[in-house]
Design a protein around this ligand. Structure first.
Ligand SMILES: Cc1cn([C@H]2C[C@H](O)[C@@H](COP(=O)(O)OP(=O)(O)O[C@H]3O[C@@H](C)C(=O)[C@@H](O)[C@H]3O)O2)c(=O)[nH]c1=O
Length: 192
């Protein structure tokens, strides 16, 4: 059995959460969200939307956020394995511009609480299903991001685990995302 565990991360307001897990002769039981347990641990995360993404090995979905009405999200890899990156993009935060990466997998069951104002994305190491439990809804018109491989972000993606950077599978939308420099220049439009 695994009990709930809430680990505060170096990036302010972000958490790595180990969900409740029990197994028996039939298999396993995972509870990865409980309003009550979260609140007992000082996390207020009401749900507005839950969605899932299904990805092949090598897919990268990054680095995403909403310009306004940002979505706090609880992210878990339900099956497979991803390398998940969060970056604090809140100008007034002591950890602004810093990133952290975590392996999330069906096996380790870890989930990340990604606060509002963070960029989020992941590289798929094994064919994966990732779940999102969001406390704000998706607004397509505010959908935005920064190019995952912008050297100014300094994110070290484990390309070797997918056979090299040339194996990355990316969307056209993500190919055309702004740079970190452009994001900073447009900062006044962000975090309204
Ligand atoms: C994210 C999202 C997408 N969509 C639509 C838009 C589009 O037609 C289709 C696929 O959307 P995208 O290409 O934006 O999906 P994707 O690139 O997987 O976007 C996601 O990436 C990760 C890293 C996140 O953190 C998420 O918040 C979200 O930004 O689904 C919704 O209807 N609701 C949603 O909540």
């Amino acid at each position: 059995m695994q009990k709930w565990e809430f680990i505060e991360l170096d990036l302010k307001d972000a958490y790595l959460i180990k969900p409740f897990y029990a197994d028996d002769n039939r298999g396993g039981f995972i509870k990865d969200y409980s309003k009550e347990v979260f609140e007992q641990n000082g996390i207020y995360h009401d749900l507005k939307e839950v969605f899932y993404t299904i990805s092949h090995k090598g897919v990268i979905r990054a680095l995403h956020f909403q310009n306004i009405m940002q979505q706090p999200k609880l992210v878990r890899c339900v099956s497979g394995k991803v390398y998940d990156v969060i970056m604090d993009l809140r100008k007034d935060s002591p950890t602004f511009g810093k990133w952290q990466g975590f392996y999330l997998s069906g096996e380790n069951m870890n989930e990340l609480l990604v606060p509002a104002g963070f960029g989020h994305g992941y590289l798929v190491i094994e064919d994966s299903i990732v779940s999102y439990k969001c406390s704000e809804k998706f607004y397509g018109e505010y959908d935005s991001g920064i190019r995952y491989d912008d050297p100014d972000l300094g994110i070290v993606w484990p390309y070797d685990e997918i056979g090299g950077k040339d194996k990355v599978i990316n969307s056209i939308k993500d190919d055309n995302l702004q740079s970190f420099k452009e994001f900073i220049e447009n900062y006044n439009e962000f975090l309204k």
